[in-house]
Design a protein around this ligand. Structure first.
Ligand code: THU
Length: 133
């Protein structure tokens, strides 16, 4: 991953975080996915009074991209509103694994300090994707 590409999606994720609707947890999350064609889609977490209806920032970003016809992803950046680096939840890991098990996952704190992983490292032997090819 080029540093400029990583910085681009970190900035986009931090910006998307400002749209988070998180009145229950008060934990805002932003995500930005870099498609293999260079397009970037963003998402934020959206909570609900009926708690299980809520959705994570990552799945919002990916749903926007997938419903726009994208299928191949190079990287995703995730940022939460705390000093801890935000790592994707298990449901989001499986959701993303379906499309690009090798994509880079950039886990950021609120200021954009990050650690970089591959999705396969975060979800080894996940179901589908690679294991079905
Ligand atoms: N959340 C995300 O949006 N992405 C993550 O990777 C971790 C958790 C959201 C879900 C919920 O709205 C809030 O953060 C607290 O769990």
């Amino acid at each position: 991953m080029k540093n400029s590409e990583i910085q681009k999606i970190i900035d986009a994720a931090i910006s998307a975080r400002s749209n988070a609707y998180a009145p229950y947890s008060r934990f805002s999350v932003g995500a930005a996915v870099l498609c293999s064609d260079g397009t970037v889609y963003t998402g934020c977490n959206i909570e609900n009074a009926s708690y299980p209806c809520g959705i994570c920032a990552e799945r919002v970003a990916f749903a926007k991209a997938i419903s726009d016809g994208r299928r191949d992803f190079a990287a995703v950046a995730v940022t939460g509103s705390s000093a801890e680096k935000c790592t994707p939840c298990g449901i989001c890991r499986q959701f993303m694994y379906e499309f690009s098990p090798d994509m880079h996952v950039v886990c950021c704190d609120k200021e954009g300090n990050y650690s970089e992983h591959t999705l396969y490292e975060l979800l080894p032997h996940g179901f589908g994707g690679r294991s079905m090819k």
